[in-house]
Design a protein around this ligand. Structure first.
Ligand code: SF4
Ligand code: SF4
Length: 147
C-alpha cells in the first residue's frame, strides 16, 4: 500500500467491454460491492502531480516521463475530453490508466483478489479529491458499485 496519496490513474474508463476485476471472496457479514467505472466521471484523468507525490515509486522512468507529458491545464490530462468526459485515446491509453489485475499487481503489489476493493478505494479517493465528497459524481459512483 502507498499511504493515503492518490494513485496515478485508475481508469479502465468508459467501456463496458473491459472486464471487471475479480470481486473479492464474498463476505456474508458485509454488503457486496463490485467496482465499475461510471460514465461522466473522469476524476482519475486529473493527473496533478502535486496530488501524487509518490509517482516515481510505481512508475518506471519512461512512464513517469509520459505521465508528466500528459499533464495539462489544471492538472487535467491533455487526452481528456471535458465535454464528453471521455478519453480521446482510450484504446491506446497508457498502462497506468488501466484497471487490470496484472497492472495493479505490478505497480502496487495488489493481489488479484484485492483488486476490486483497491479499485473502489482508488476511485473514491480520486472522485472526492476532484469533485468533492458530496458531489454528484461520488453519489453516482457509490450507487453504481453498490455502496
Ligand atoms: S475515478 Fe473511477 S469511476 Fe471515475 S472515471 Fe476514473 S475509473 Fe472511472
Ligand atoms: S490517457 Fe485517457 S484514461 Fe489516461 S488519464 Fe488521459 S484521458 Fe484519462
Amino acid at each position: 500500500m502507498i499511504g493515503n496519496n492518490l494513485y496515478p490513474v485508475t481508469c479502465t474508463l468508459f467501456s463496458s467491454s473491459v472486464p471487471n476485476p475479480q470481486p473479492p471472496t464474498p463476505n456474508p457479514q458485509s454488503k457486496m460491492s463490485t467496482w465499475q467505472c461510471v460514465k461522466q466521471c473522469g476524476a482519475c484523468c486529473n493527473l496533478d502531480p502535486a496530488e501524487r507525490p509518490d509517482l516515481e515509486e510505481y512508475l518506471s522512468p519512461p512512464e513517469l516521463e509520459l505521465y508528466l507529458s500528459m499533464v495539462g491545464e489544471g492538472g487535467w490530462c491533455v487526452n481528456f475530453d471535458h465535454t464528453t468526459r471521455e478519453c480521446r485515446i482510450y484504446s491506446n491509453r497508457p498502462r497506468f490508466c488501466r484497471v487490470e489485475s496484472e497492472v495493479f499487481q505490478d505497480m502496487y503489489g495488489v493481489e488479484p483478489e484485492e483488486v476490486n476493493d483497491f479499485a473502489i478505494d482508488c476511485c473514491r479517493q480520486q472522485i472526492e479529491g476532484v469533485y468533492g465528497d458530496r458531489s454528484l459524481e461520488i453519489l453516482r459512483f457509490d450507487k453504481a458499485v453498490g455502496l
